[in-house]
Design a protein around this ligand. Structure first.
Ligand SMILES: Cc1ncc(COP(=O)(O)O)c(C=O)c1O
Length: 381
């Protein structure tokens, strides 16, 4: 089955009478009628998740070609759980320089406090990653595309080196949402999604998931999650599953409107660079084309030289684009993001001639969004 169909038909074993959607069981306590059942295989406590969690996990496994999915309270917790599950004191982790900032902070601050060092690497390093591997390197943490600068790593090349050296690979697949990119098919060991973004899709709920197709890694992730008491509320799990029903349809609209806006921005004199991996002008467009099946509505824009005053007037002029963190919801967003960059050195694809913006193209009509951008550029000028 295709993703579109699978995400709609997640319910197993239809009885004589059944609701289309799974029930939300609000529970800490689950009652059993025998001692044997109390200590049996069924979930015995709310923290383990109940019916709706199992259905969401199965849907995510179907999307990511995984055999196991662990649900978390948010995407950052999923990133932290994934890496913490597979390292121990004395280990070393390689992290892409365009890793989502809070995940990088988790590695550099929390993992360090646990005796695990991390080193950043250039996202465009490819098979040269081998030169950074230390005897104690346990994992390589990738993100596709990289946060804010939308660089595309050669994941298969990095995975090949990692496999040859017995090192695990972890990839934050939030941009691909499990639909546009299938990291486990490329040999990545663990895929992660912030369900908060496109899965939920309505900016009203948070969640995360860690997925793998390895039994050995499943055991490790399950143990770490159990020890930390990680869980997702049934309401939040329900909302993520609800979002998955329309995920592929929404993504197609985000993608097409995203291309329309990105191509229009390329024609503007106020714009120096559009960082959209689906455009031929993107330096890693060919790698993206090989490894992804489509785009969404999130990309970067570098303005031409712009003063702080001009930038402020521009940002405050928008009537439809909102200025706020996150993305993947139905609404369009635009933020300045130079302040978040914190890169180890100048990234190779971002020309830095002016302020860097991140645009999320929502489900509004692209004509209205272009009009909004147009009037904001008039104010900038
Ligand atoms: C690529 C990526 N991964 C992870 C996260 C974290 O997700 P959450 O906000 O649900 O913790 C984000 C949030 O912006 C993100 O952009």
């Amino acid at each position: 089955m295709k993703d579109e169909t699978r995400l709609i038909h997640t319910r197993k074993g239809r009885g004589d009478r059944e609701t289309v959607n799974p029930p939300i069981e609000r529970a800490s306590t689950v009652l059993f009628s025998t001692r044997e059942a109390l200590y049996g295989d069924l979930p015995t406590y709310g923290r383990m998740g109940l019916t709706v969690h199992r259905e969401l996990e199965a849907a995510l496994c179907g999307l990511e070609h995984a055999t196991y999915a662990k649900l978390t309270t948010n995407g950052l917790q999923a990133c932290a759980l994934a890496v913490a599950s597979v390292v121990k004191a004395g280990d070393h982790v390689l992290i892409t320089d365009s890793l989502y900032g809070p995940t990088r902070r988790f590695c550099q601050r929390r993992l360090r406090a646990m005796g695990i060092e991390s080193t950043r690497f250039d996202p465009l390093i490819g098979s040269e990653i081998g030169t950074l591997i230390q005897p104690n390197t346990a994992a390589i943490f990738l993100e596709a595309p990289g946060s804010l600068t939308f660089d595309i790593s050669d994941t298969p090349a990095i995975v090949k080196v990692a496999k040859d050296r017995g090192i695990l690979t972890i990839l934050d697949n939030t941009w691909g949402a499990g639909v546009l990119h299938k990291p486990l098919d490329l040999g990545v060991d663990i895929s992660i999604q912030a369900l908060t973004k496109y899965a939920v899709g309505h900016a009203d709920n948070m969640g995360g998931a860690v997925m793998t197709a390895s039994k050995r890694l499943e055991t490790k992730i399950e143990a770490c999650s159990t020890d930390w008491g990680i869980s997702l509320s049934p309401e939040d799990a329900y909302m993520a599953l609800r979002g998955l029903r329309t995920l592929t349809t929404r993504l197609k609209q985000h993608e097409s409107a995203g291309y329309t806006i990105a191509n229009w921005l390329k024609t503007r004199p106020e714009v120096s660079q559009v960082l959209h991996p689906g455009l031929e002008s993107h330096p890693e467009h060919e790698i993206w084309q090989r490894d992804f099946t489509g785009a969404n509505g999130l990309f970067g824009v570098v303005l031409s030289e712009t003063s702080t005053d001009q930038l402020d007037r521009f940002l405050e002029a928008f009537k439809l684009f909102g200025m706020g963190f996150s993305w993947g919801g139905y609404e369009s967003l635009l933020i300045p993001c130079c302040d978040q960059l914190n890169r180890m050195k100048e990234d190779r694809i971002h020309d830095r001639s002016g302020p860097l913006l991140r645009i999320h193209v929502g489900l509004e009509h692209p004509d209205d969004l272009i009009e909004d951008l147009n009037q904001a550029f008039r104010v900038l000028n």
